[in-house]
Design a protein around this ligand. Structure first.
Ligand code: NAD
Length: 238
């Protein structure tokens, strides 16, 4: 049973499932397709090299969708937890949507990148670009150099997730490690629970169905995150 004091160190790993009730499709829910596309066609550096137009339009669709969705009670419950734990809570998300930050989470790492941001492969600068003119099927040129084609600031399969040293350091130190809305298929994120277990953390899961690494959880709550988390956070803090 989880017990929190303001000193409890907590790392939470979220995945696509936490945004499902906001209307963003998960990846595994649709037979390994992401919005009708095979991952290798849209989410690898080779796909970007081979068919940039397809990849660009796919991500422009995902980027535009951010304007139509709102954070749900699961995102909001994690903000309440952060208000109690302060810097002792680190939220690590695999999600590329912006719903955690729009809900108000502050101590947040987007380990797989962010849809809002475009990146220059020449000068390596990043730009938050969500105006109407940045969301069309036209490539967006780099404002800082002569490159005519920014890429999505997304960690594609075969690329290295962001801020891994910080993430591992926090997981090795935490008292409680939680997974929420993630299937446990995508590594290295799916392996963080092994590190947490080896360091003696209590591992708690909230997911619609049993994830791949189900047996590593000490406590598991099955159901929709938006329905379960507000009550769980209430219980944990009372
Ligand atoms: P996944 O799609 O592989 O798994 C989602 C998990 O969430 C499943 O186990 C499913 O049972 C569960 N789930 C579905 N609805 C739920 C709900 N309402 N409450 C709780 N659980 C629910 O997702 P993943 O593990 O995050 O891996 C997919 C990869 O695809 C990630 O790298 C991610 O970056 C990317 N992705 C991101 C988004 C997003 O940003 N919202 C959406 C799709 C895919």
């Amino acid at each position: 049973m989880v017990e929190f004091s303001p000193d409890t160190k907590v790392v939470i790993l979220t995945g696509a499932g936490i945004s499902a009730e906001s209307g963003i499709k998960t990846f595994r829910a649709s037979d390994g397709l992401w919005e009708n596309h095979a991952i290798e066609d849209v989410a690898t550096p080779y796909a970007w090299e081979r068919d940039p137009e397809l990849v660009w339009n796919f991500y422009q669709g995902r980027r535009s969708q951010l304007k139509e969705v709102e954070p749900n009670p699961a995102h909001q419950a994690l903000v309440i937890l952060e208000q109690y734990l302060g810097d002792n809570l680190l939220l690590v998300t695999q999600n590329v949507d912006d719903l955690h930050s729009r809900a108000g989470s502050k101590n947040l790492i987007h380990m797989h990148g962010e849809l809002r941001i475009l990146r220059c492969e020449e000068c390596h600068e990043t730009f938050d670009m969500m105006e109407k003119e940045h969301l069309t099927d036209q490539y967006v040129p780099c404002p800082s150099c002569s490159n005519q084609r920014l890429r999505p600031h997304i960690v594609w399969f075969h690329e290295m997730p962001f801020q891994l040293p910080e993430i591992y350091a926090a997981v090795e130190e935490c008292d409680v490690f939680m997974t929420i809305g993630t299937s446990g298929h995508v590594y290295p994120a799916a392996g963080l629970i092994d590190v947490a277990k080896q360091s003696g953390a209590l591992c708690v899961g909230v997911n619609l169905d049993e994830p791949m690494n189900y047996e590593l959880h000490d406590e598991f709550h099955q159901g929709k995150a938006g329905e379960l988390l507000p009550n769980l956070v209430n219980e944990w803090l009372s």
